[in-house]
Design a protein around this ligand. Structure first.
Ligand code: FES
Length: 128
């Protein structure tokens, strides 16, 4: 694994985002409730720059004619076709097969990248 310094933690306040380059990869850094999450900037559906999508909440499971909004700040919506991902886990909200796991990239949901913080610097760890 190669360690890439990509940002200062202070650059990404709670609710914030920063898209950075780490070697050949583009990575989206998100501060979700005080925790930094990092994902490759490639949507598993059709390759959109998913990390540039809108961060919001979503409709929660509810009864007919009942609309409940929740998970504000935890949902990343892909800018091309609107797939929604939970920024806390990287999981697609509807399709549980799109979970983060060590499988070939084309079959992965948002690929979470190991991340370290030390001295206020955020590093992403990528193969190579
Ligand atoms: S490319 Fe992201 S939802 Fe289609």
């Amino acid at each position: 694994m190669k360690r890439h310094p990509v940002a200062k933690a202070s650059d990404i306040p709670p609710g914030g985002r920063k898209i950075v380059r780490a070697g050949a990869a583009e990575v989206g850094l998100f501060n979700v409730g005080g925790e930094i999450r990092a994902y490759r900037n490639v949507c598993p559906h059709a390759g959109a720059p998913v990390c540039s999508g809108r961060v919001s909440g979503t409709s929660m499971p509810s009864r007919v004619y009942e609309y409940i909004y929740g998970m504000e700040g935890c949902i990343l919506r892909c800018p091309w076709h609107g797939w929604e991902f939970d920024l806390r886990t990287g999981e697609h909200l509807v399709d549980p097969q799109n979970r983060l796991k060590a499988v070939p990239v084309e079959n992965e949901a948002l690929e979470r990248i190991p991340l370290e913080q030390s001295d206020g610097t955020v590093y992403v760890l990528l193969p190579g």
